[in-house]
Structure formats: C-alpha cells, structure tokens
Design a protein around this ligand. Sequence first.
Ligand code: PBG
Ligand code: ZN
Length: 338
Amino acid sequence: MFPIHRPRRLRSNPQLRRMVRETVLTTSDLIYPIFAIPGKGIAKEVKSMPGVYQLSVDKIVEGAKEVYDLGIPGIILFGIPEDKDLEATGAWHDYGIIQQAATAVKQTVPELLIIADTCLCEYTVHGHCGYLEVGDFTGRVLNDPTLKLLQKTAVSQAKAGADIIAPSGMMDGFVQVIRSALDEAGYENTPILSYAAKYASAYYSPFRDAAESVPQVGDRQTYQMDPGNTREALKEIQLDIAEGADMLMVKPALAYMDVIWRVKEATNLPVAAYNVSGEYSMIKAAALNGWIDEEQVVMETLTDFKRAGADLILTYHAKDAARWLSHHDAAVSSGISL
Ligand code: PBG
Ligand code: ZN
C-alpha cells in the first residue's frame, strides 16, 4: 500500500516551495511607528522596547529618510507634547508636536506617507483618550465633547501635512465627525484609517511608556473592546464602514488573528493589523536572551498576519523586516536557494 496523495512532493526543494507559497510578505505591506518628542538632537531609547526611540523632530526627519530608502511606504506618528492639559491642546494646536513632525517630514521626504494617530491620550493630564468632566477622578470619558476635539485634531494634522488620519480612541461616531470636519476644511481626499476593532489589551503597556500615556485614573475598558468579543468587532467594523472609513484596523494582532480573518471576510476595505508594543517586546526580549531567532520569528509572524488577512501591518519591526526582505530578494536573484 502506497499513499495516493503525497503533499510532500511540493515541499521537496526550495524553488518548488517558493513557487507554491501562498502568502509572501513585501516591504509595501509595512508601516513604521515613530514617537515624536520636543527638543533637538534627541534619540531616547524606550526602556521596554529595545531598538525603539523617542525622537525629536530633526531626528525624525533623518529617520523618515531611512524608512523611505528602505522602501517602506509610510510611517505613523505619535506625539509626546511639552505640556498636557484637560483639553488636550497639544493634540490640535497648529504647532503641536505631530504637526511639527509632519510638516518637517513632508518638506524633506514628500513621497513618504504620513499617518497621524488621532487621539488625545498623550495630550491629556489624566492620560485618557477623551475628554473628562472637570473634577472627574473616575476616568469616565465623555463621548461627544471628545468628538469635537478629535475634529480639530484631525484637521490640524491634515493641514500640517498628514496624508492619512488614523483615529484610535474608540469613541462612538468618530469616523463620521472626522470625515465631515475634513471635508469642510477641504481635505475630502484625505483617507481615514479607523482603529475600528481595538481591544482593551495588556499588550499596550510598553507603548504607554513610549508615549507617556498611562491612564492616571481607571482604565480604558469603557471605550476599548472586551478581548472576549468578535461579533462586537464586526459591529464596530460595520459602523465605521457606514460612517465613511477608508481602511479598517484590528489591534492588537497576534492574539487576535481570528478577528483579522473575520474582519477581512466582512469587508472589501483594506484591513490593517497593528502588531503592538507588547508583541514587539516579547519577541525582542526572547531574542536578546538568545532563546529564539529574531529574524525567523519576526518574518514568520509578519507573514502570518498577512495570511490571516492583513493588507497592511503596523510594526516596530518594519525597518528590520525591510532589511531582511531585501537581503532575501538579493539572495534569491543571485541564485541562492531559500
Ligand atoms: C491609544 C493608543 C494605544 C496604542 C496606540 N494608540 C493603546 C493604548 O494606550 O490604549 C498602542 C500601540 C502599541 O501598543 O504599540 N490611542
Ligand atoms: Zn488614545
């Protein structure tokens, strides 16, 4: 008795494996996150994210050139302002840190896409993603007053040169109001990438070090989603589509592959996956200990996001991945089997 079917036939050599590979990661799939801080000449490594830095605007300009030269299509900007207040002034001020960074990058590397993270948590004294009633120490974010601040933030970011607006605060109706504010201000061609299904996740904690945005009271569970839910994610997605979103994001990515997949099936819009800070730090920590091979684990993980349905991957590994991809391509074209 011999097996009739022998799937191993197509695994028997590297060229055959390349030929039948279903999912191939490319540099075009990647977006690199950058943290902007005030000052000059500053590159301060984030403790919990080895290899990731808070950068002053001049350093961001250098970094943006590097990202562009690596073939990565875009960056997403997060800002750490000089001062925080109740109105999140630093988020929507014309000379806010994201606005400064966006303008400077546009002047030097105009082809690089700039995605602006549109949220208030880095700019509020209490660290929440929205507006709290004065004197509220429970952390209950008020939805509709927050929408007004998000409108101002999005318009000022577009004005400063942001190509894509990415609201991340999980406020109800934020896509709709941001769309109308952008349209009224003449930015009807600026797309919105909505953080549509964003979970209340413990995987964000290194980011909160990096962005200095730890909530001072309470947590984000009244606006971010419960990790146990997927139908709710689909509801959020449908609402954002109806409100005019151009692209949808699922966040985090690694523990939420099923959500990426179901969102992909539910929409024809491009789907982005955010490979968040905690996911990065886990790989980095294990790699620095010599417990895993960083390149192999990163490339496998990013490919798997794509296989799950992600069209775009926001990842702190983007620059490394782009380098590894180009070495890989060079090796393949010079005949080395991979
Ligand atoms: C908040 C925001 C968060 C991230 C990006 N924007 C999470 C949060 O603090 O709730 C997380 C990104 C990451 O962990 O890499 N608007
Ligand atoms: Zn936020």
